[in-house]
Design a protein around this ligand. Structure first.
Ligand code: ADP
Length: 188
């Protein structure tokens, strides 16, 4: 299975992706995590300049790390994209990468949380890019560049909306129900 997690900063993509990855036994691709892990490389240092101001990292850098990661063995079982794609060009590139491999996306889960809750969650987390100015910029980037992906995937019929304002356990239950329903409607 190939699944994308969409949602604003603080929606809980990372937390839920971790659980879902264990549930389905598929690879977890968090571009934010991969970029943070690369901080000691020239590419990672270039990416950090964008991340620390809340800007999106340029598509060519992000696509480079995703292509590389997709060729690793564990991805053949399926993968969970967390924080990627974040722009329409990234979504188009992902479609091409997956088409070449004959493994299209099955599902896009949009995690919805009221904006006031998002701010509270991020402020409590305390990552270097979680200060108020950077958070505000990340929201702006999300609305301008990532939100259009909701329609992109709705038009393809693979979008599912998840109310993610409850506890992590409750949200995971909703995600699992959505996945189970998709699996059973796809099986003969
Ligand atoms: P969050 O979901 O809280 O925004 P992430 O770890 O997904 O956290 O992303 C942190 C930062 O990493 C983003 O603000 C952005 O600068 C960079 N980043 C992560 N994924 C991408 C991507 N697909 N395209 C561009 N930039 C990205």
């Amino acid at each position: 299975m190939r699944i994308v997690f969409l949602g604003p900063p603080g929606a809980g993509k990372g937390t839920q992706a971790q659980r879902l990855k264990d549930y389905l036994g598929i690879a977890h691709l968090s571009t934010g995590e991969m970029l943070r892990d690369a901080e000691d490389t020239p590419l990672g240092r270039k990416a950090a300049r964008y991340m620390l101001t809340g800007q999106l990292v340029p598509d060519d850098i992000v696509l480079g790390i995703v292509v590389q990661r997709l060729s690793e063995k564990d991805c053949s079982q399926g993968c969970l994209f967390d924080g990627f794609p974040r722009t329409v060009p990234q979504a188009e590139a992902l479609d091409r990468m997956l088409a070449v491999r004959g493994m299209p996306l099955d599902l896009v889960l949009a995690l919805n949380v009221p904006e006031a809750d998002l701010n509270a969650r991020l402020t409590a987390r305390g990552r270097p890019d979680d200060d108020p100015k950077t958070i505000a910029e990340r929201f702006r980037q999300y609305c301008a560049l990532t939100q259009p992906l909701i329609d992109y995937y709705r038009l393809r019929g693979i979008l599912r909306q998840i109310d993610a304002s409850a506890s992590p356990d409750k949200v995971f239950e909703r995600i699992r129900d959505t996945i189970d329903a998709t699996v059973s409607s796809n099986s003969p």
